[in-house]
Design a protein around this ligand. Sequence first.
Ligand code: SAM
Ligand code: SF4
Length: 334
Amino acid sequence: MTELKATALIDPFQREIRYLRMSVTDRCDFRCVYCMSEDMKFLPRSEVLSLEEIERLARVFVGLGVRKIRLTGGEPLVRRGLTDLVRQVAQIPGLDTLAMTSNGARLAGQAVALRQAGLQQINISLDSLDPDRFHAMTRTGELADVLAGIDAAIAAGFPRIRLNAVILQGRNDQDVLALVAFALAKGIDLAFIEEMPLGVIDDHDRAETLLTSDALRAMIATQHVLEPEGADHRSGPASYYRVAGSKTRLGFISPHSHNFCGDCNRVRLTAEGRLLLCLGHEHSLDLRAPLRAGASDAELADMIRLALLRKPERHEFDLAGEPQIVRFMNMTGG
Ligand code: SAM
Ligand code: SF4
């Protein structure tokens, strides 16, 4: 048994946990209609992990075999000191990949510093290229800011940039082909994410607005040839296709139409330090209390290993009833 295996995080279904998504804040400057309600209450600051606490937990997880960390939120770029956190986490021995997901609105001024601090991959959310529809989807966002953020990320030389789009029938489905054309023109990847029933929203009926990955792929195939990427075109929850003759890969993340739990290798840490074992279940372990009570790294590692025994086999998303998951995506760390 290698040293890594001796400490690795393995759940009861023999899935090895290599990937941690850390929410660095629940706050955001947008109010996307699928993610939040219009008037949100955010956590008091004292309940949110400090940057030092986030870094400490990142080290403990890397010690347990995690090889990829994604910083997310809420909007990571509204958190003061984020670049310093990136610099600290990027230096943790054993971590292979440090990534971030952002709405891009504040990226133009920070892309170079983030890249220099050691951030390797960035996902930027973009649901429409029409300024009015973009504003309607985000409730507060300005498209021009995000486009400037995307250009800044490209200029800063991130080796991997992916756009994320959530498409809602009747709201922004007319943007799908324009988003593909945009990704092709920029030479970057684009993933379409089916909306997940997290938190109670009043903006739309999720069962009515769902556009499945299969429907999106059929729409795109009217204009482009899509080649399944590699022998196994699934990478984590996304299925990837290359647009023939281009650098651009299109990902389809299908929590409804194609369950992706079988090869799940990830867990999530919320902004207040709860370890979530599955996006679609409420099981969690509070790591903030022991952290603040002076637990050692070894004690924290033991608690995490034990919690993993409760990782469920799969999520059971159901669009017809009330959401079983009451926390919003910004709490979850999407
Ligand atoms: N604020 C950042 C952003 O928007 O990219 C990072 C956090 S956000 C929660 C991460 C991703 O989750 C975004 O790409 C967003 O579109 C997606 N998302 C939010 N709510 C969702 C939902 N209910 N279903 C599916 N994806 C969702
Ligand atoms: Fe904010 Fe991201 Fe949620 Fe939109 S999806 S409200 S940008 S956290």
